[in-house]
Write a protein that binds this ligand. Structure first.
Ligand code: IMP
Length: 213
C-alpha cells in the first residue's frame, strides 16, 4: 500500500508563531479525540491531525498489543512527515476474560466494528461471573523529531455492570463503572469522563514528560 500519494499539504498546517514552540502530529481522524488531546497537552504545543494533513488512508492496526498498534501508527506517520508524532491505542481489559477484549476491543463481536454488538457479547461472556473487574488502558507512542520512540500508559480501573446505563460517550461506556463512582462513563458529562479517563491519564504522562524535557 502506498501512503505517499496522500501527502499533498497545501496550505501547510504547520505554524510559524512565536507562542507555538512545538508542533506535533496526532495520528487520528477522530475530531473528538483531537479536541481532547489539544486540551490536555501543554499550551505551547500545536496538535495537527491526519485530516489537517489531507491524509485519508487508514493505517492498518495489525499489532497484537496496544503498544504494537500505537507504534505502527506513529512510525508510519513519522516515516512520511519526519515530524514529532503521537499515536494512541486503547483497549478494555477484563480480568476474568484474561484481558479480553483488549487490543481487539473495537471488533470484539466481529467486523465491521459495532459497539452495541460488542457490549452484548461482553455481557454474555460475563454472565454468572462473580469477578467483573476491568480496566481501560491507553498506550501512547511518541516519536520525537530525532526519531526517538517512547511509550506512555494510562489506565482507569472499574467494573462491567450487568446492563447498559447512560447515553453519553461511545464504545463500552454504558457498561463501564469507574472505581469510586456511581455513574457509568455513559452517565457522566464528557468533561468529567475526560478528567479521569485512561486517555487523559496517558496524555498527562506524555505532557509531564514534555514539560520536563
Ligand atoms: P481506540 O484505540 O481509541 O480506537 O479504541 C479502540 C476501541 O476501544 C474502541 O473502538 C472502543 O470499543 C473502545 N474504547 C476506547 N476508548 C473508549 C472509551 O473511552 N470508552 C469506551 N470504549 C472505548
Amino acid at each position: 500500500m502506498s501512503l505517499a500519494k496522500n501527502i499533498p499539504i497545501t496550505p501547510s498546517p504547520f505554524r510559524d508563531e512565536p507562542s507555538i514552540t512545538m508542533e506535533i502530529i496526532f495520528a487520528t481522524h477522530n475530531k473528538n479525540k483531537l479536541k481532547e488531546v489539544q486540551s490536555l497537552v501543554p499550551a505551547n504545543m500545536h496538535v495537527i491531525s491526519l485530516d489537517d494533513l489531507n491524509m485519508t488512508t487508514d493505517i492498518p492496526e495489525t499489532g497484537h498489543t496496544l503498544a504494537d498498534n500505537a507504534l505502527i501508527k506513529a512510525r508510519t506517520i513519522f516515516e512520511l512527515y519526519k515530524k514529532p508524532v503521537i499515536a494512541d491505542d486503547t483497549g478494555l481489559e477484563v480480568t476474568v476474560l484474561n484481558g479480553a477484549p483488549g487490543v481487539y476491543s473495537a471488533r470484539y463481536a466481529g467486523e465491521p466494528s459495532n459497539a452495541e454488538n460488542n457490549m452484548t457479547l461482553l455481557l454474555e461472556n460475563l454472565e454468572g461471573k462473580a469477578d467483573r473487574s476491568a480496566h481501560f488502558k491507553t498506550v501512547i507512542a511518541y516519536i520525537n523529531a530525532e526519531g526517538k520512540e517512547q511509550l506512555f500508559e494510562g489506565r482507569v480501573d472499574g467494573e462491567i455492570i450487568t446492563e447498559r446505563r447512560g447515553g453519553e460517550g461511545f464504545g463500552y461506556d454504558p457498561v463501564f463503572l469507574p472505581e469510586g463512582y456511581t455513574a457509568t462513563f455513559a452517565e457522566m458529562p464528557l468533561e468529567e469522563k475526560n478528567q479521569i479517563s485512561h486517555r487523559a491519564r496517558a496524555l498527562r504522562a506524555f505532557s509531564e514528560f514534555i514539560n520536563k524535557a
